[in-house]
Design a protein around this ligand. Sequence first.
Ligand SMILES: [Zn+2]
Length: 1139
Amino acid sequence: MSRGVDMEEIDLSDQRGLIAMAEMYAHGGPPEPAAYANNAFEDTGSAHFRPGRNGSDDITKILHRPTAAASAPNTPRKMAPVSANGSSASSPPSTAVKFRRGVGHGERGRRISCSIPALLLFLGLMGALLFVGIVATFFLTKEHYVKGAGGADGPLIPGAIHANETTKDVATDTAHDDPDVEIDTTGPTPEELRLPKALEPVWYNLTLRINIPGYVPLPPEKNLTFSAALIMKLDVKESTDKIELNMLNLDLPTDTSQYVILVDGLRPNANVSLPPDVDESENTTATTHEIQKRQSGIVRSDSGIKVNKVTFNETLEKVIFELSDSLEQGKIYFFQFRYGGAISNKLAGLYVTSYHDAKGETHYAAVTQMEPTDARRMVPCFDEPEFKAIWRIRVHHPVGSKAISNAKEILEEEPDTKFPDYVYTTFDETPKMSSYLLALIVSDFEFVEGHTDRGTRFRIWSRKEALEETDFALKAGVTVLQFFEGFYGIDFPLQKQDMIALPDFAAGAMENWGAVTYRERALLYNDKLYTPLQKQYVATVVAHELAHQWFGNLVTMKWWNDLWLNEGFATLMEYSGVDAIDPQYKMNDYFLLDALDNALARDSMATSHPLSFPILKAEDVSEAFDQISYDKGASVMRMLRTVLGEANFKKGLNIYLTRHAYSNAEHTDLWKALTEAVPENLTSWTGEKLDVDDFAKKWTEQMGYPVVSVTTTNKGVALSQHRFKVDEHSLEGPKYRNAKYWYKWDVPIWYSVDGKEQPMTWLHTDNEFNLSNPDSLIFINSESNGFYRVKYDAKQTDKINAQLIKDHTAIGMRSRARYIDDVFTLAQAGHVPYEKVLEMSRYLVHEEDYVPLDLALSGFRIISEYFGDEPESVYYKKYINSLFEKRYNAIASEVFSDTEPKDADFFTTQTHKLITRTVCDLDIEDCARRNSEAYIQNFVYPCQNIKNAIASNCSTVPVSVRGMVYCEGVKFGNSKDWDRMLEMFERESVQVERDRIMFALACSRDTFTLKKLMNMAVDINNTVIRLQDKATVFSFVGNSHIGSELIFDFFIENWDKLYNGLKDQQTLLKRFVQASLSGKSWRRVKEIENFLEENKATTSNLDVFKQQLESVQTNARWMEKNYDNLIKWFKAASAKSAP
Ligand SMILES: [Zn+2]
């Protein structure tokens, strides 16, 4: 790796000062400022660094939250059909693949993904091992379940293997023999990819000099580099003659004498030679050296062990030091050396970010993003979550910059006499933590400060010009941190919490312990430019990341296969956290149309996967950071929380977090702790005390969820369960065809009879309820706490529909919402006649609650997508207009003139926006006129005479409709309008505004312009559209009628280019695929199949292709079955509603 280059000399003697300090701390002693007086760096050589390995610096893998930027601005949720990736659009798309609703949408089409890995090749291989285990477990548990259930039901899915088939058949079908399952056997084994457990890091002592431009004069060869001195304390668990660390793209000395291994305690008759880091002039003899060390409290001496050979392995991302002798078991060693590296521009590891101020000057910052496996790009270390260690960080940074890290600074901006251009900032030691949580930010950002009641210092950092937009984050952050202290029953373990808004950050946010990083739009808030939903989004992201400070940071998953637990839990907690910030958001209601709906939609596809799933190839890893992990994870945890009751859930959580604090755990540890909190009277379906593990695993180890069928009996109703798929003809991949528990679940049944909530009961195989009054109205999953759908038979359906029409308020809001969402989806899947659902929908004219209304309009949106721009869609439009025209007319002038009361309730403003968008999507004249007026009067006129106008300053379009107005302006404007938008886009510094403009650029109806935009988006080197936004632009284009046709061909033509440019950036590539491959015809199915056949080598490992193909097939089937009937219904309905 380091090929004979001169290492920058960093004086490690200073490092011992740091060690002294660390150890004194450990013994309760004070820090010793003198220890830092020495200069840690000697500029005696020039640094040459290996260029970064191309492609491995994957920007998109660190999408900690697929950001809200990935969705249409100013768009009510699900106003737009959605693509399967979380990208969305708000103008009417016509592409059927996007019908899978809920999968990312609206301005909130984000999921708070915490980091998408790219380089976890080894994860894939670990997965293979796991998989073997799962297959084995399968046989054991299958039989158990079948017995417990009193016999299996036979195949629920076409092609599924029957439960009584032999072990051999299942094994054959499940794994290697199937052409669909390709396991790369040429790569390294899982064991090779993991680090051995012979050594454990106790602490790292890291001093870094950061060379970034814009502060002080820098020699060109130093620009965007860093140099470092590292000491790690190692505990030898097993004797070994190797030190193996993770490392990538760093420059280590080739001269093996540069590595020093010391040992704790003096060796008897020590005749040690002087360690090479010791300055001869100061230490003339070894004895003096040792005495000095003793005086400073350190008893440490040369171990006599030398590094003989240093080997780098890029595939394994490792460096291996071969030693002259073995490190002895039970002993403590100190391994120290200097190294250097480049500060990359790829948003992984230590990287540079930049922004322009109002004067147009560029400012630079060096920041980090480590999750999941990029700490190794900054420091050679044990880069696996289980190797927790203390980190002591000291930074040498240019005058004018400030440094932030996980722990509180203990010495700040300490001058350096040798290098007056540089200062030191020294941080306290961190608690034991995983390397992926390490953070370092060197910038000229400024901060606002507050404190929690317990005195935890809280700071929000941003570039200076955005500092006044940090108040909301500070208030929200302090509130929610205190809330979680109460909720977890554990004080926040750090002295301070920083939250930093980064102008250019691929991730949405990252939960680094004590130093959370955000995209600006996820942390800043400006009441003139943000919609209420965008404000809620900020609260949500803050709550999510702070929830991780305990769940994830204090207690960390042992290995990445439990990532779903980490993310599912934080997603669940973000709703509680936001309620603590502002109860008007009613997040437990909002959950229904956000996480729950997303999860139910995604998990009804055959191309879904279990929460806990075997990873068979590297590409599978990006799947772990999807709606299943976040939204289904949260939904299943929420169901579990309801089963246990909030108090027991909290109690179990406290047991878990206390028991595993500063350590690691697996999901079974959580189940165990929760089980300990189960009261005696809480029983499972067997009547025995509930075992959380037994309940949870059915929901986490097999994909999908049940639909509970409700059938009228003589005495009441009978319940049974089947797996629900939106398209029963779609077939899962072989590895999931035989679910571990045969697609049966222990379903907690909450229900109400005539509006009265009944005690929870279980549905294992079947169940029956007697009703004293046969006319009673029964609702299953009445509060929407369960992760399942409910199908009522015709008799019950008629009863419910009649009640909705007669007086919908007699049914609780959550019951209505659940019913509407289920019934639209069941109709889509062919389980319920559409006509019944549509007749029921007439009641919507009176529906005032946002949640059921939004879910109903989602159902309609799907139908509208099937109709596309066919001439017959006019009947559909007439019907929808008849439902909402009156209400639109009553609110439109308020909405378009921004005269809605500022203190209006969140759900009221959301409802107004939803109705406005719904009616505007019907192409009615009134809306077109209002859009056009607003565009001219509030955007064109106020901005046109300003030199270098910036939209966020000059535009006066009400923010709640601004995205739509810009879009319509471009759509009906000329090339001048588009060019002006592009200029505005380039100049805009406020991210929410820039997203609106970006959305508008994709609204052009001119194919030449759209192609120009797409070319900018696919060109990885084009800087007008930042890398982080490129796929979003593409999906915006794909979501208009014109764009969706264009984009398919464009994608096919450009696939090779896209693949070659992005093959190491799976997430980005995946989003391009999702935006492009859609449709609703068998012709399109054929086209995609042909394309996949011709491009097998580049497409076969990307599951996203299978998902998109499934969607198009499902759509094509839907069209055959439903299109004509529905047109007929809407035609008749619109005739009826016509004046
Ligand atoms: Zn997260």
